[in-house]
Every structure is written in structure tokens, then in C-alpha cells.
Design a protein around this ligand. Structure first.
Ligand code: HEM
Length: 436
């Protein structure tokens, strides 16, 4: 099996985000032998066993507490699960509800994840092969300059952070594939849209980059992430390390559905996709998610993917971007989705989509990408060296939830590592860069 089939040829952390083409994992299991499979499987069996024990304990406690308040039922649930050593949020538990709740084992899980990923990156590039790509979303179709215009008629409670007043920001937008290696665009994959606003005043959240003048919004072409929390991410990475991610998915069907939705072929090109934050954020005091929707620059009408299957070569998304940008502008609306029901719109579980009919999106900005030449070596190299992270942010846009807390540590750590390996300085852009 070759890289062109969508399968990694080594231990790369290709599966950081998305399982890519899940179909090859069965074959990999046979190739790699049963020992690691057994180790990971036993881990999962053990985990499921602990969960079942926790449920049994909860059931017996609940039967003795009939008529008690929801709060007591919740704490019974928490206690029973804790006794069984299970920190996974359960439906209806406080961690699954609409508040931030940090599981006690999360810091250890985050450290484990960063160490495992850094180890894999170091191993991948030990032979001196360069460049060191991003460990996820490695392939950029291109970075384009855009105008991000904050609207004047935003509801008062959402006029926070960069949306406080109507104005324009110059933005650098990077479009990418989700895979951890640059791969053929015809292979099933999620697409990324990362927006970096420049000229943003005010202290930023990352201690090392508190003075930076950028605010990032990182999105993917699907609304739900496929991992609920840090502890599940550890299980997933362990299985992926042994090339048996299906072992994780065998006990996580809901996650498998989300993973498949991410990589499904949505057709069209990058300027015709809708992109989602997947994870929640603060906007002032409100929890929100956000989304960019493609629109016709002239009429403002919503655009849908125009092509069902991808004609063209391995870089067809970039080729089409070049063709589009040579003749016309591309436009998006940018909207936020304030949480309206904490019980059904969790903050700690990004596999759950917040129902748009109950929590409507509110447009707060428009994005115009003027026609331009972007496919030069100099601009592509600038694009590679950029670092996007949800944590390049003002406090009023603070990322929330366990997966975002993982990302705080991992994006910074892995970006530092790849820049070190590439011997390239890490610099936040000003918006004044030119590449002619
Ligand atoms: C625990 C979960 C996650 C981990 C460990 C993770 C890890 C990473 C890493 C290591 C990078 C490369 C950073 C760099 O070298 O600059 C990256 C990039 C990216 N991630 Fe994630 N990620 C996670 C979840 C998500 C989620 C939920 C989204 C949803 C929007 C997402 C979207 C992206 C995008 C679009 C990029 C490319 C950014 C760019 O254009 O430079 N990731 N991720």
C-alpha cells in the first residue's frame, strides 16, 4: 500500500485530526501483526468495562434516590463514575452540560498528547528530510489576502472583541487539506480555512505572544469534531500509533460517524465550502461557535459546491483556486452562533452540533478575497511559515472546552518544533506583506 492510496508509510501522526481513508486500517492490522492490536484492544475493553461498572453503580444509586433533585442526580453520576475511575463525560453530566468543566486527569492527558506528537514528529524528520510540515493540515492550497469587514448592525451583546465596532481588518487566509502529509486532493479529506486578522490591538492569550497583533479563527468544512475530550484523544492516538484506529472506533460509533462526515467528499472548490469552528469559544460572556459561509460577491446569495466529484489532478483544489482568483473575487459571510440551551449545546463535547434552528447564526462580518496572484514560491513559503492557533486571540474570544485546551499546548509546541526543524523564524504577519 502506498502513500497515494491514502495510507501513511510509517509511524507519522497522520491521524492527528482525521482518520483519512478508514478503509485501509483493516489491511494495516494484518500487516502490522496482532500484538499492538491486542494491547490497544485490551485497553479499550478495560475502559468499556469501567464505564459499564460506573453505569451499574449509577443505576443502583439512582434507584435509591428517586425524587431527588437534578443536582443530586448529577453528583451521584459524578461520584459513581469517579469511583469506577472513569472521567469520560456522560450525557447529562455537568461536563456534558453547557459549562466549562475540566476533568481532573486532563492536564496529564494533554502532556501525554504533546509528548506523543512531538516524539512522532522528531522520528519522522530524524533522517534530515525537510521541510517539516504541519503535523495536521499539512497541504496548503494557498494563502490569500482578504478584507474582513465587521458589520455595523451587530446585536449589542455580541459587539465584543474584534466585533466591538464596524471596521476592516486585513486578513491572511490559509486553505488546506486535513491530512498530516501533503496528499492528492482526490483522496477523501476535510478542508481547512484558517483566518488570521492583522492589526488587532490589545493583549493576547498566549504568554509568549501577548504582544502579537493577530486574531485567528480556525475552521474545517464540517460542523462536528470526532473526539469528545482529551482523555479520548489519548485512546485514539494510542490506537493510531499502532495503525489500528478502528480499535478506537469499534467502541466509539458516534465518533466514527463524525469522522466519516469530516472526510466525505463535499464536491466543489475551497471557495464554495462552508467552514465551521467545531469547538466553542467565548464572545464576551457568551459561549459561541462560528462559521464562514460562501456567498456570491455580487448578490450575496449563498453558494453551494458546484461540482459533485473532482475532475482534475492531484492538486486540483489549488488549480481551481488559481483559476478563480485570476478572474474574480471570492466572498464569505462570517457568523457566530450563541449558545441558547446549555443542556443540548455542550461546551465540553465538540462532537455535538448545536442545532441551528434553536441557536441561529448571527452574521457579524463579511469576507472579501479580491482576485489576486497568490501562487508564487515566495508567498507559498510565507504561508508555510505562518502558525495559526485558536489561542492567537483576545481574552474576549477565548477558546473553551477540553479539545481547545489540548490545542493550546499542542499547536504552540508543534509549531515551535517544526519551525526549529526548518530553521525558520516564527513571526506573526502585519498584513503589509507583499510578494511581487
Ligand atoms: C485535540 C485535537 C486537535 C489536535 C491535537 C490538533 C493538532 C493540530 C496541529 C499540531 C496543527 C498544526 C499546527 C502548526 O504546526 O502550526 C493543527 C492545524 C490545524 N488544525 Fe488542528 N488539532 C486538533 C483539533 C482541531 C479542531 C477541532 C479543528 C477544527 C477547526 C482543527 C483545525 C485545524 C486546522 C484548520 C489547522 C491548520 C491551521 C493552519 O492553516 O495553519 N483542529 N492542528
Amino acid at each position: 500500500m502506498s502513500e497515494a492510496d491514502g495510507a501513511p508509510t510509517d509511524d507519522s501522526t497522520w491521524a492527528v485530526h482525521f482518520p483519512g481513508n478508514l478503509r485501509w486500517s483493516n489491511a494495516m492490522q494484518i500487516v502490522k501483526g496482532m500484538a499492538p492490536y491486542a494491547a490497544v484492544a485490551m485497553d479499550e475493553v478495560d475502559r468499556v468495562g469501567r464505564r459499564l461498572k460506573a453505569r451499574a453503580a449509577l443505576a443502583s444509586e439512582a434507584s435509591g434516590q428517586r425524587g431527588n433533585s437534578i443536582v443530586r442526580a448529577h453528583s451521584a453520576s459524578e461520584d459513581a463514575r469517579k469511583r469506577a475511575g472513569d472521567t469520560r463525560p456522560e450525557p447529562g453530566s455537568s461536563a456534558r452540560a453547557g459549562q466549562e468543566a475540566i476533568p481532573p486527569d486532563e492536564p496529564d492527558a494533554i502532556k501525554w498528547i504533546l509528548d506523543a506528537m512531538a516524539e512522532a514528529v522528531n522520528k519522522e524528520y530524524a533522517a534530515g528530510n525537510r521541510p517539516a510540515w504541519r503535523d495536521a493540515h499539512a497541504k496548503a492550497h494557498g494563502c490569500v489576502k482578504a478584507d474582513f469587514k465587521v458589520k455595523a448592525d451587530i446585536p449589542a451583546e455580541l459587539r465584543r472583541g474584534v466585533f466591538a465596532a464596524p471596521r476592516s481588518f486585513t486578513a491572511w487566509i490559509r486553505f488546506s487539506n486535513g491530512h498530516g502529509k501533503p496528499q492528492d486532493d482526490r483522496i477523501r479529506d476535510g478542508r481547512g480555512m484558517s483566518i488570521k486578522l492583522t492589526g488587532v490591538d490589545g493583549p493576547k492569550l498566549l504568554a509568549q505572544e501577548a504582544e502579537a497583533k493577530t486574531q485567528d479563527f480556525v475552521m474545517i468544512s464540517s460542523p462536528a469534531f470526532f473526539i469528545r475530550n482529551a482523555s479520548d484523544y489519548v485512546s485514539f492516538l494510542r490506537a493510531s500509533k499502532y495503525h489500528v484506529p478502528f480499535v478506537f472506533f469499534m467502541t466509539h460509533w458516534h465518533e466514527l460517524r463524525a469522522a466519516n462526515a469530516i472526510v466525505e467528499d463535499k464536491g466543489g472548490e475551497v471557495f464554495e465550502q462552508r467552514y465551521f469552528s467545531m469547538t466553542p469559544y467565548l464572545l464576551g460572556e457568551r459561549y459561541i461557535k462560528f462559521s464562514a459561509r460562501p456567498v456570491d460577491c455580487g448578490t450575496g446569495a449563498a453558494l453551494a459546491p458546484s461540482v459533485a466529484s473532482p475532475p482534475g489532478g492531484p492538486d486540483y483544489l489549488r488549480d481551481r483556486m488559481v483559476a478563480w482568483m485570476s478572474s474574480k473575487d471570492a466572498c464569505f459571510t462570517f457568523a457566530v452562533q450563541p449558545q441558547t440551551d446549555p443542556a443540548t449545546m455542550p461546551v465540553e463535547d465538540p462532537t455535538i452540533v448545536w442545532d441551528e434552528t434553536k441557536a441561529p447564526f448571527v452574521e457579524v462580518a463579511t469576507i472579501r478575497i479580491p482576485k489576486q496572484r497568490f501562487d508564487t514560491d515566495a508567498q507559498q513559503s510565507f504561508c508555510e511559515n505562518l502558525s495559526y492557533t485558536p489561542w492567537h486571540a483576545l481574552a474576549e474570544h477565548r477558546p473553551v472546552g477540553g479539545i481547545n485546551r489540548v490545542r493550546k499546548v499542542v499547536y504552540e509546541g508543534i509549531s515551535l518544533l517544526r519551525h526549529k526543524l526548518n530553521q525558520s523564524p516564527r513571526v506573526e504577519p502585519t498584513g503589509n506583506e507583499t510578494f511581487d
